[in-house]
Design a protein around this ligand. Sequence first.
Ligand code: HEC
Length: 203
Amino acid sequence: MRTFLLLVSCLVFAIVSVTGLRGTKTMRSPIEIFPDMVRQAKVKEQAPSYFFSDQRASRYPVPGTVPTTDPVDLPYLNTGTIGDYWGDGIPIPVTGETLKTGRERFEIFCSACHGSTGSGNGIATQYGLVGVPNYHSEHTRQMPDGQIFFVITHGQGLMLGYGANLSPEERWAVVAYIRALQLSQNAALSDVPIAERQRLEGK
Ligand code: HEC
Protein backbone atom coordinates (compact mmCIF):
# COMPACT_ATOMS: atom_id res chain seq x y z
CA MET A 1 0.00 0.00 0.00
CA ARG A 2 2.80 2.44 0.92
CA THR A 3 4.66 1.73 -2.28
CA PHE A 4 1.45 2.30 -4.22
CA LEU A 5 0.83 5.68 -2.54
CA LEU A 6 4.46 6.65 -3.13
CA LEU A 7 4.16 5.69 -6.78
CA VAL A 8 0.92 7.67 -7.19
CA SER A 9 2.47 10.75 -5.54
CA CYS A 10 5.53 10.51 -7.79
CA LEU A 11 3.30 10.20 -10.82
CA VAL A 12 1.16 13.18 -9.79
CA PHE A 13 4.29 15.21 -9.08
CA ALA A 14 5.73 14.31 -12.47
CA ILE A 15 2.51 15.16 -14.33
CA VAL A 16 2.10 18.48 -12.51
CA SER A 17 5.74 19.40 -13.14
CA VAL A 18 5.51 18.67 -16.83
CA THR A 19 2.10 20.17 -17.56
CA GLY A 20 1.86 22.84 -14.90
CA LEU A 21 5.21 24.56 -15.13
CA ARG A 22 5.23 27.36 -17.62
CA GLY A 23 7.19 30.54 -17.92
CA THR A 24 10.32 29.40 -16.12
CA LYS A 25 13.28 31.37 -17.32
CA THR A 26 15.19 29.17 -19.69
CA MET A 27 16.58 29.49 -23.15
CA ARG A 28 14.89 26.29 -24.21
CA SER A 29 11.20 26.27 -24.97
CA PRO A 30 9.22 24.51 -22.25
CA ILE A 31 7.31 21.34 -22.93
CA GLU A 32 3.82 22.48 -23.75
CA ILE A 33 1.07 19.93 -23.60
CA PHE A 34 -1.61 22.53 -24.40
CA PRO A 35 0.10 25.37 -26.30
CA ASP A 36 -3.24 27.20 -26.78
CA MET A 37 -1.97 29.16 -29.78
CA VAL A 38 0.56 30.99 -27.61
CA ARG A 39 3.14 30.61 -30.33
CA GLN A 40 1.99 30.78 -33.89
CA ALA A 41 3.15 31.74 -37.30
CA LYS A 42 2.16 35.34 -37.87
CA VAL A 43 3.32 38.43 -39.66
CA LYS A 44 4.08 41.65 -37.87
CA GLU A 45 3.38 45.09 -39.30
CA GLN A 46 6.33 46.87 -40.93
CA ALA A 47 8.30 43.63 -40.96
CA PRO A 48 9.17 41.56 -44.01
CA SER A 49 7.28 38.38 -44.62
CA TYR A 50 8.50 35.76 -47.01
CA PHE A 51 5.03 34.33 -47.24
CA PHE A 52 4.01 37.01 -49.77
CA SER A 53 5.72 37.32 -53.12
CA ASP A 54 6.47 41.03 -52.59
CA GLN A 55 7.74 40.21 -49.07
CA ARG A 56 5.64 42.88 -47.37
CA ALA A 57 3.81 41.88 -44.21
CA SER A 58 1.54 44.96 -44.29
CA ARG A 59 -1.06 44.31 -46.96
CA TYR A 60 -3.31 46.70 -48.80
CA PRO A 61 -7.06 46.25 -48.17
CA VAL A 62 -8.78 43.96 -50.65
CA PRO A 63 -10.06 46.06 -53.60
CA GLY A 64 -13.64 47.18 -52.96
CA THR A 65 -13.21 47.25 -49.16
CA VAL A 66 -15.62 49.79 -47.62
CA PRO A 67 -14.11 51.77 -44.71
CA THR A 68 -16.36 51.72 -41.67
CA THR A 69 -14.16 52.64 -38.69
CA ASP A 70 -12.95 56.08 -39.82
CA PRO A 71 -15.17 58.60 -37.94
CA VAL A 72 -15.38 60.74 -41.08
CA ASP A 73 -17.12 57.88 -42.82
CA LEU A 74 -19.57 57.01 -40.07
CA PRO A 75 -23.08 57.52 -41.36
CA TYR A 76 -25.05 60.71 -40.69
CA LEU A 77 -27.19 58.86 -38.15
CA ASN A 78 -24.24 58.55 -35.77
CA THR A 79 -22.54 61.92 -36.29
CA GLY A 80 -24.96 64.56 -37.55
CA THR A 81 -22.36 65.46 -40.17
CA ILE A 82 -22.13 64.72 -43.87
CA GLY A 83 -18.49 65.00 -44.85
CA ASP A 84 -17.29 68.33 -43.43
CA TYR A 85 -20.79 69.84 -43.13
CA TRP A 86 -23.73 69.69 -40.71
CA GLY A 87 -26.51 67.65 -42.16
CA ASP A 88 -30.12 68.77 -41.99
CA GLY A 89 -33.06 66.41 -41.61
CA ILE A 90 -33.91 63.71 -39.10
CA PRO A 91 -32.68 60.28 -40.26
CA ILE A 92 -35.24 58.26 -38.28
CA PRO A 93 -39.00 58.09 -38.88
CA VAL A 94 -40.66 60.96 -36.97
CA THR A 95 -43.85 59.51 -35.53
CA GLY A 96 -45.94 60.32 -32.49
CA GLU A 97 -43.97 57.62 -30.70
CA THR A 98 -40.65 59.31 -31.65
CA LEU A 99 -41.85 62.63 -30.24
CA LYS A 100 -43.04 60.91 -27.08
CA THR A 101 -39.59 59.37 -26.59
CA GLY A 102 -37.99 62.73 -27.37
CA ARG A 103 -40.18 64.52 -24.88
CA GLU A 104 -39.51 61.96 -22.16
CA ARG A 105 -35.72 62.10 -22.64
CA PHE A 106 -35.80 65.89 -22.92
CA GLU A 107 -37.66 66.19 -19.60
CA ILE A 108 -35.12 63.86 -17.95
CA PHE A 109 -31.86 65.14 -19.39
CA CYS A 110 -32.38 68.68 -20.63
CA SER A 111 -35.30 70.48 -19.00
CA ALA A 112 -33.42 71.15 -15.74
CA CYS A 113 -31.40 73.75 -17.62
CA HIS A 114 -33.29 74.44 -20.82
CA GLY A 115 -36.76 74.49 -19.23
CA SER A 116 -39.75 72.38 -20.33
CA THR A 117 -40.58 74.78 -23.16
CA GLY A 118 -36.94 75.25 -24.16
CA SER A 119 -36.87 78.94 -23.25
CA GLY A 120 -33.69 78.48 -21.22
CA ASN A 121 -35.34 79.00 -17.83
CA GLY A 122 -34.96 75.56 -16.23
CA ILE A 123 -34.63 75.09 -12.48
CA ALA A 124 -30.81 75.27 -12.71
CA THR A 125 -31.01 78.87 -13.92
CA GLN A 126 -32.88 79.76 -10.72
CA TYR A 127 -29.82 78.49 -8.85
CA GLY A 128 -27.51 80.73 -10.82
CA LEU A 129 -26.61 78.85 -14.01
CA VAL A 130 -26.10 81.50 -16.65
CA GLY A 131 -25.79 81.32 -20.41
CA VAL A 132 -28.48 78.72 -21.14
CA PRO A 133 -29.69 79.61 -24.63
CA ASN A 134 -33.32 80.05 -25.58
CA TYR A 135 -34.32 77.52 -28.28
CA HIS A 136 -36.72 80.07 -29.71
CA SER A 137 -33.93 82.49 -30.56
CA GLU A 138 -33.11 82.96 -34.22
CA HIS A 139 -29.69 81.36 -33.59
CA THR A 140 -30.97 78.01 -32.29
CA ARG A 141 -33.85 77.97 -34.77
CA GLN A 142 -31.36 78.32 -37.62
CA MET A 143 -29.07 75.54 -36.32
CA PRO A 144 -29.09 72.54 -38.68
CA ASP A 145 -30.51 69.32 -37.16
CA GLY A 146 -27.10 67.69 -37.42
CA GLN A 147 -25.49 70.44 -35.34
CA ILE A 148 -28.10 70.08 -32.58
CA PHE A 149 -27.45 66.32 -32.67
CA PHE A 150 -23.73 67.06 -32.34
CA VAL A 151 -24.26 69.40 -29.35
CA ILE A 152 -26.36 66.71 -27.62
CA THR A 153 -23.67 64.13 -28.33
CA HIS A 154 -20.55 66.10 -27.38
CA GLY A 155 -21.83 69.11 -25.43
CA GLN A 156 -20.86 72.73 -25.99
CA GLY A 157 -19.32 75.26 -23.62
CA LEU A 158 -20.79 74.73 -20.15
CA MET A 159 -23.04 71.92 -21.34
CA LEU A 160 -21.81 68.34 -21.08
CA GLY A 161 -22.41 65.80 -23.84
CA TYR A 162 -25.13 63.18 -23.52
CA GLY A 163 -23.73 60.73 -26.10
CA ALA A 164 -23.12 58.17 -23.36
CA ASN A 165 -26.63 58.48 -21.93
CA LEU A 166 -28.74 58.51 -25.08
CA SER A 167 -28.55 56.21 -28.09
CA PRO A 168 -28.26 57.94 -31.51
CA GLU A 169 -31.97 57.22 -32.14
CA GLU A 170 -32.92 58.77 -28.79
CA ARG A 171 -30.78 61.83 -29.56
CA TRP A 172 -32.57 62.27 -32.91
CA ALA A 173 -35.89 61.89 -31.10
CA VAL A 174 -34.81 64.76 -28.80
CA VAL A 175 -33.84 66.84 -31.88
CA ALA A 176 -37.33 66.19 -33.31
CA TYR A 177 -38.89 67.22 -30.00
CA ILE A 178 -36.83 70.44 -29.92
CA ARG A 179 -38.15 71.21 -33.43
CA ALA A 180 -41.69 70.60 -32.13
CA LEU A 181 -41.05 72.96 -29.20
CA GLN A 182 -39.76 75.59 -31.62
CA LEU A 183 -42.80 75.15 -33.87
CA SER A 184 -45.06 75.53 -30.83
CA GLN A 185 -43.70 79.05 -30.26
CA ASN A 186 -43.06 80.14 -33.83
CA ALA A 187 -45.69 78.63 -36.05
CA ALA A 188 -47.30 80.58 -38.87
CA LEU A 189 -50.99 80.30 -39.69
CA SER A 190 -50.00 78.41 -42.84
CA ASP A 191 -48.53 75.60 -40.65
CA VAL A 192 -52.00 74.86 -39.24
CA PRO A 193 -54.04 72.17 -41.05
CA ILE A 194 -56.83 73.66 -43.19
CA ALA A 195 -59.72 72.42 -41.01
CA GLU A 196 -58.16 73.82 -37.86
CA ARG A 197 -57.28 77.06 -39.62
CA GLN A 198 -60.89 77.65 -40.57
CA ARG A 199 -61.89 77.04 -36.96
CA LEU A 200 -59.26 79.54 -35.77
CA GLU A 201 -60.39 82.13 -38.27
CA GLY A 202 -64.00 81.55 -37.17
CA LYS A 203 -65.20 80.47 -40.62
C1 HEC B 1 -26.43 71.56 -17.04
C2 HEC B 1 -27.33 72.33 -17.84
C3 HEC B 1 -27.67 71.80 -19.22
C4 HEC B 1 -28.26 70.59 -19.53
C5 HEC B 1 -28.70 69.50 -18.60
C6 HEC B 1 -28.39 70.60 -20.97
N1 HEC B 1 -27.91 71.76 -21.51
FE1 HEC B 1 -27.93 72.29 -23.45
N2 HEC B 1 -26.90 73.96 -23.02
C7 HEC B 1 -26.56 74.39 -21.75
C8 HEC B 1 -25.76 75.59 -21.85
C9 HEC B 1 -25.19 76.38 -20.69
C10 HEC B 1 -25.60 75.86 -23.24
C11 HEC B 1 -24.80 76.98 -23.89
C12 HEC B 1 -23.43 76.42 -24.13
C13 HEC B 1 -22.50 77.40 -24.78
O1 HEC B 1 -22.62 77.63 -25.99
O2 HEC B 1 -21.67 77.93 -24.05
C14 HEC B 1 -26.35 74.82 -23.94
C15 HEC B 1 -26.48 74.75 -25.32
C16 HEC B 1 -27.33 73.90 -25.98
C17 HEC B 1 -27.62 73.94 -27.39
C18 HEC B 1 -27.04 74.94 -28.39
C19 HEC B 1 -27.98 76.09 -28.58
C20 HEC B 1 -27.35 77.23 -29.34
O3 HEC B 1 -28.14 78.07 -29.84
O4 HEC B 1 -26.13 77.31 -29.43
C21 HEC B 1 -28.49 72.94 -27.65
C22 HEC B 1 -29.11 72.58 -29.00
C23 HEC B 1 -28.72 72.24 -26.41
N3 HEC B 1 -28.00 72.85 -25.42
C24 HEC B 1 -29.53 71.14 -26.27
C25 HEC B 1 -29.59 70.37 -25.11
C26 HEC B 1 -30.27 69.10 -25.02
C27 HEC B 1 -31.08 68.46 -26.12
C28 HEC B 1 -30.07 68.64 -23.74
C29 HEC B 1 -30.53 67.32 -23.16
C30 HEC B 1 -30.09 66.14 -23.84
C31 HEC B 1 -29.30 69.64 -23.03
N4 HEC B 1 -29.01 70.67 -23.89
C32 HEC B 1 -28.94 69.55 -21.69
C33 HEC B 1 -26.91 73.78 -20.57
C34 HEC B 1 -27.47 72.52 -20.46
